[in-house]
Design a protein around this ligand. Structure first.
Ligand code: SF4
Length: 620
């Protein structure tokens, strides 16, 4: 749909497109590569934003609720991608659409209402400037339907903060890469969806059988059960015990107040309700009610693991109430909590080293440990006021402007701030940060601890022996690659990585996923064919970056990760730079990419039926 001309064109892609790309990341990469001219401004009218479900989104099985947003990222300039669960994806399908592509810049604020196979452009002038909750409330009022689902931005997206996010139903965040700023640049405040079309499947009995199995068995998985009890913050204590809890901007690996911010403490103190995604019994989402002075609106949900660590240990702050408030503010303003916490920790380290002073911060003492400073900075960033205007650019651009050695404290890959996992204790994750087409991303592959030993799940993928989490030798590169393609497949199909875990009982397996796809579509596909679709999507995303001018020098990690962890139980641990470089080149070769340039080879692209991509990146 063109936001400038207010015109809509409905396409019915050939079945081969669905078979080859499946949905989500795959469909997004396909359209982004085809439809974007190289080197366009991510915040200009030529960028397109794609919301995509998959061929199985909406089937009533736990974990199949996720929807992808894809666009050129204003944070990294690369392929940009974010996924979120909740109910939006299933509702979009019920409204009669698999995906939408929004292009152009609207002259005035607008929101889209998609229902019954139709799209309406609605005036959003009155809701521009509102928080995500105010906007959702007003949209539901205007449409006279409280069951409308929204994916909306807050003022951070309107103000083009480079890591602004998009929120489903206030608390399910398409967090990373600044895709909220792309919506903001288009003056697209929200997409509202409402449908009554039942999910179609060719074999409903098979779908029901898997759904019933999951409902009966999910509690047998200790990981899933723990997530139900304590949310994603259930791993705070184990990360801390391992000594790889990102603390004080990744200076240390253990946090003295870890217990105070753990999932267990949340459950015992401020937890008010649990919540979950479409058709999922696990209900790992939290709602919280901390006491004054950090009272929050529980509709914004409670902080997840990433958010807790980003505002807690990373900023050396141990107050769960203040972290909940920071989470609420980010959800209301539409800010990615990972990048926001990282940029604040970066500013704190700059300040404590005299690189930023009170003159730069309008007198704010930007010191580690200060809850008040964190909350104040979130507000300034979202409004792009004072020091917030600089920090709204992300750590890479901010450090380039500040200079004076500040890049040492800017922890990112391709300009995207590191997530809250330290590769110095799980080195395969470091490879994932570096090669992710969208910049440092912790959901590129299952983390190393998950395949330290053999598991039934990994055996299904052809891996019969585990590898130590700190080993980045060829055997780890191979396992990483398989896990990378598997998790990429989940991003194509909209699957939740918590219900398809590579370890433990009571979780869905690769075989279940194949059965779901066949039952939903009537195809006779195989795990091999689905993994190839994931590989295809990854190669298109890589080719997109190649066309943008990215090179192996962008597949890198911040220098701090090659230095020793300064304190905590893993004190002294570091990544080996030479080993990392060898692993990177081996990964290229295993992927069928040129060892020197990292460009997908003509042979690999043709093997994946991507001759049309080859013509654009290997033509000369
Ligand atoms: S496990 Fe949690 S995140 Fe995954 S689908 Fe269920 S409720 Fe959503």
């Amino acid at each position: 749909m063109n936001l400038e001309t207010r015109s809509v064109k409905i396409e019915n892609p050939d079945e081969s497109i669905y078979r080859n790309y499946l949905g989500g990341r795959g469909l997004g990469a396909y359209y982004l590569f085809r439809e974007l001219a190289p080197k366009i401004d991510p915040l200009g009218p030529e960028n397109k934003i794609i919301l995509a479900t998959s061929v199985i989104t909406g089937i009533p099985i736990a974990g199949m609720s996720r929807c992808s947003i894809v666009a050129k990222s204003p944070l990294t300039g690369s392929f940009g991608e974010a996924e979120a669960g909740g109910f939006f994806g299933a509702e979009l399908k019920a409204a009669g659409f698999d995906a939408l592509i929004a292009e152009g810049h609207s002259k005035t604020p607008v929101y889209l209402f998609m229902h019954g196979g139709e799209v309406e452009f609605k005036d959003a002038s009155a809701i521009w400037g509102m928080t995500t909750k105010e906007a959702q409330t007003e949209i539901r009022k205007q449409l006279n339907d409280r069951l409308v689902r929204t994916a909306s931005i807050g003022i951070a997206g309107e103000n083009l903060v480079r890591y602004a996010c998009v929120l489903n139903d206030l608390k399910f965040a398409y967090g990373r890469g600044g895709l909220g700023a792309v919506m903001g640049s288009k003056r697209l405040k929200a997409v509202a969806v409402r449908g009554d079309k039942k999910p179609e499947s060719k074999d409903p009995e098979a779908i029901q059988r898997i759904a019933k199995w999951m409902a009966a068995h999910w509690k047998e998985s200790p990981g899933t059960l723990s997530r139900n009890k304590y949310g994603t913050a259930d791993t705070i204590m184990s990360m801390d015990r391992l000594g790889i809890m990102p603390t004080r901007n990744f200076q240390g690996g253990s946090f003295v107040n870890a217990e105070k911010v753990s999932g267990e403490t949340m459950a015992a103190t401020i937890l008010s309700r649990t919540d979950g995604c479409y058709a999922c019994p696990v209900r790992c989402k939290r709602e919280v009610s901390p006491p004054d002075p950090y009272k929050t609106d529980q509709d914004y949900g409670g902080p997840e693991y990433e958010t807790i660590v980003a505002f807690g240990p990373l900023c050396d702050m141990g107050d769960l109430g203040a972290i909940s408030k920071a989470n609420e503010l980010c959800d209301a303003y539409g800010l990615d909590t990972i990048s926001t916490g990282s940029v604040i920790a970066f500013a704190m380290e700059c300040y404590e080293n005299g690189i930023l002073t009170n003159r730069d911060t309008d007198g704010i003492e930007v010191r580690f440990g200060s809850a008040g400073t964190i909350l104040q900075l979130i507000d300034l960033i979202a409004h792009r006021r004072g020091i917030g205007n600089l920090l709204a650019e992300g750590v890479k651009r901010a450090s380039e402007r500040i200079g004076n050695g500040s890049s040492r404290f800017a922890l990112h890959s391709k300009g995207k701030e590191l997530a809250m996992h330290d590769p110095r204790g799980k080195v395969g994750l470091g490879l994932g940060y570096a090669v992710s087409p969208s910049g440092a991303d912790h959901v590129q592959a299952a983390h190393d601890q998950a395949f330290a030993g053999p598991t039934r799940f990994m055996e299904m993928l052809g891996v019969t022996a585990g590898v130590d989490p700190r080993n980045l030798g060829p055997e780890k590169v191979r396992i990483f690659l398989y896990a990378h393609l598997w998790w990429g497949l989940l991003d194509c199909l909209g699957g939740c990585k918590f219900v398809f875990q590579p370890h433990g009982a009571g979780v869905l397996t690769p075989h279940d996923l194949v059965e779901m796809v066949n039952a939903a579509t009537g195809w006779e596909t195989s795990l091999w064919s689905l993994m190839k679709a994931s590989e295809r999507a990854l190669n298109v995303a890589r080719a997109f970056n190649v066309r943008e001018g990215f090179t192996p020098s962008d597949d890198t990690l911040p220098e701090r990760l090659f230095e020793e962890i300064q304190f905590g139980r893993s004190k002294g641990a570091k990544m080996d730079k030479e080993q990392f470089q060898r692993a990177l080149r081996l990964y290229y070769e295993m992927m069928g990419w040129d060892r020197g340039t990292g460009v997908p080879t003509t042979a690999k692209l043709h093997e994946l039926d991507l001759g049309w991509v080859d013509q654009q990146i290997n033509a000369s």
